[in-house]
Design a protein around this ligand. Structure first.
Ligand SMILES: *[C@@H]1O[C@H](CO)[C@@H](O)[C@H](O)[C@H]1NC(C)=O
Ligand SMILES: *[C@@H]1O[C@H](CO)[C@@H](O)[C@H](O)[C@H]1NC(C)=O
Ligand SMILES: *[C@@H]1O[C@H](CO)[C@@H](O)[C@H](O)[C@H]1NC(C)=O
Ligand SMILES: *[C@@H]1O[C@H](CO)[C@@H](O)[C@H](O)[C@H]1NC(C)=O
Ligand SMILES: *[C@@H]1O[C@H](CO)[C@@H](O)[C@H](O)[C@H]1NC(C)=O
Ligand SMILES: *[C@@H]1O[C@H](CO)[C@@H](O)[C@H](O)[C@H]1NC(C)=O
Ligand SMILES: *[C@@H]1O[C@H](CO)[C@@H](O)[C@H](O)[C@H]1NC(C)=O
Ligand SMILES: *[C@@H]1O[C@H](CO)[C@@H](O)[C@H](O)[C@H]1NC(C)=O
Ligand SMILES: *[C@@H]1O[C@H](CO)[C@@H](O)[C@H](O)[C@H]1NC(C)=O
Length: 443
């Protein structure tokens, strides 16, 4: 007869997070990814340039560790006919991915790779469904110079996309989710256009999507390396229900693009998703657009502050050699990185007041503006001005959950590092259009 304790152990794994023995996955991933900077136009020299820049400009020292190669790295026409392995494109990557991995490891950084849980990647390259074990073993074998679980450099990152799902793997029904490219279809939590939507209360853990992502998780776990597993399932198929048990992070929206409306749309969606977020499982608000020219400096501050505060993975998506000094200094903000990487407090910052709109309004251009979160270095307060003109915004201590209305606090401006003094009851600051005041309160 099975003991009560054994039965409990058997019944729990499905709800646990993907926890690697070396602690990988406890905190959001920090690194760089090729997609937002170069899309498909990648090669060895661009990847190594990014790795060099990460060291040269102090990003490695600040904690950024992964150099992730996105789509378009392999031979497009197909797998090796004998081994069935994916083959690195010999023109783009003359040293192979393993040669690039060794060079990246020599800089003290880690490499990341990309595939899709379908027959082809989003750009039409061979992908991993049906080949999960072969692909996981292939990636694990690259960078063999440090193939040991006890060597921290042996860590690898996999971004696993959601394109070209074969029909026999289609889900029985779809989740109704806000879509950045079709925003008018989603009104007050309901999808307007008819579609094969799952009923309320549907258990997406039983879906084919959950299974597709779990097969790769198990293939990665069978390797002798830590492989940080980033689900790129676009917030679809109820991934928030099984993402934690399946990967270290899960994309909660479709793709970000280089403009402020994408920042506020994703921020708005994620503001309703943050209640269960803690160590070991992170909704991924998508790769950063800081440095790519589509955002003003104020908008870049807003983008980075909230991605860090929501405990999203922070993957730089720009060429750091051409990004401005201001963009680089935003990405290197030590207070925001410390909040994102806090190993004492796992919960993200959350809205305590919406501001322009009534509390809990779902609005893609004017999301919640007043946020706070606890950290071992104090309470972080963010005030974002979503309006087109500057305005004064007030942090009222009595409204901020972890502050005492009658307490006095030392307040630090996270952007300038300036100490604003010991304050009581409230603080009003002028916030430019689309900018975010970022303040750290300590008692
Ligand atoms: C959405 O909900 C709000 C608040 O309940 C309501 O004012 C608004 O009319 C609703 N919009 C639609 C299109 O149903
Ligand atoms: C959903 O399904 C999974 C897998 O069968 C099961 O472990 C879990 O308890 C279910 N969740 C709910 C809320 O019914
Ligand atoms: C992992 O390491 C163990 C012990 O060294 C070895 O027996 C096993 O074959 C290795 N597995 C893989 C997939 O390399
Ligand atoms: C993920 O799992 C961990 C460990 O079980 C738990 O602490 C955390 O709250 C979970 N996060 C989410 C978003 O469900
Ligand atoms: C950017 O910073 C570097 C290093 O501090 C400095 O040499 C360079 O002149 C700065 N560039 C601009 C455009 O200010
Ligand atoms: C929103 O929440 C804040 C903080 O709890 C509260 O002070 C405010 O009155 C609320 N506003 C609305 C419109 O409910
Ligand atoms: C979003 O909020 C702004 C500010 O209140 C408002 O002007 C706009 O109409 C709202 N958008 C939608 C789609 O409701
Ligand atoms: C903001 O507050 C300052 C100082 O009280 C005041 O001079 C200014 O007019 C206010 N600005 C706005 C837009 O209300
Ligand atoms: C703050 O001070 C006021 C006035 O002295 C008092 O009425 C109130 O109870 C105090 N609030 C807290 C949370 O201590």
């Amino acid at each position: 007869m099975m003991s009560f304790k054994a039965a409990l152990l058997l019944s729990t794994p499905a709800v646990l997070a993907l926890q690697w023995p070396d602690g990988t996955g406890k905190l959001p991933a920090l690194g760089w990814n090729s997609w937002n900077a170069y899309h498909c136009d990648i090669d060895e020299s661009r990847i190594l340039n990014a790795a060099n820049a990460i060291v040269e400009f102090g990003f490695k020292e600040a904690g950024y560790e992964y150099v992730n190669i996105d789509d378009c790295w392999s031979v497009k026409t197909g797998r090796d006919s004998k081994t069935k392995q994916l083959v690195p494109d010999p023109k783009r990557f003359p040293s192979g991915i393993s040669g690039v991995a060794n060079k990246i490891h020599n800089l003290g950084l880690k490499i990341g790779i990309y595939s899709s849980a379908g027959t082809m990647t989003c750009a039409g390259y061979p992908a991993s469904i049906g080949y999960e074990s072969i692909d996981a073993a292939t990636w694990a074998a690259w960078g063999i110079d440090c193939k040991s679980l006890s060597n921290p450099s042996s860590k690898l990152d996999l971004k696993y996309d959601n394109c070209n799902v074969p029909s026999n793997w289609a889900d029985k029904c779809n989740a109704c989710v806000y879509n950045l490219n079709n925003p008018n279809n989603y009104v007050n939590g309901t999808c307007v256009n008819p579609g094969n939507y799952c009923p309320a209360g549907y258990n997406y853990t039983t879906s084919n999507s959950a299974k597709r992502y779990a097969i790769m998780r198990d293939a990665l776990k069978a390797q002798n390396r830590t492989i940080q597993y980033a689900l790129c399932s676009w917030g679809s198929a109820g991934v928030e229900q099984y993402g934690n048990a399946t990967g270290n992070s899960w994309r909660m929206s479709d793709d970000i693009q280089n403009g402020f409306k994408y920042v506020t749309s994703i921020l708005n969606m994620n503001s309703f998703n943050l209640n269960d977020v803690d160590f070991w499982g992170h909704p991924d608000a998508d790769m950063l657009e800081v440095g790519n020219g589509g955002l003003s400096a104020a908008e870049e501050r807003t983008h980075f502050a909230f991605w860090a505060a929501m405990k999203s993975p922070l993957l730089i998506g720009t060429n750091l050699y051409t990004a401005s000094n201001e963009s680089k200094s935003i990405l290197l903000n030590k207070y925001l990185l410390a909040f994102n990487q806090d190993d004492v407090y796992g919960a993200p910052a959350k809205p305590y007041k919406w501001g322009t709109n009534p509390n809990f309004t779902f609005n893609a251009t004017n999301p919640a503006e007043f946020w706070s979160g606890k950290s071992q270095h104090g309470t972080l307060v963010l005030m974002m001005n979503t309006l087109a003109v500057s305005r004064n915004m007030t942090a009222d201590f009595g409204e901020i959950p972890s502050l005492d209305a009658n307490g006095s606090y030392n307040v630090l401006d996270v952007w300038t590092g300036k100490n604003l003094g010991s304050l009581t009851s409230s603080l009003t600051v002028k916030v430019a259009s689309h900018d975010t005041a970022a303040l750290l309160f300590t008692s």
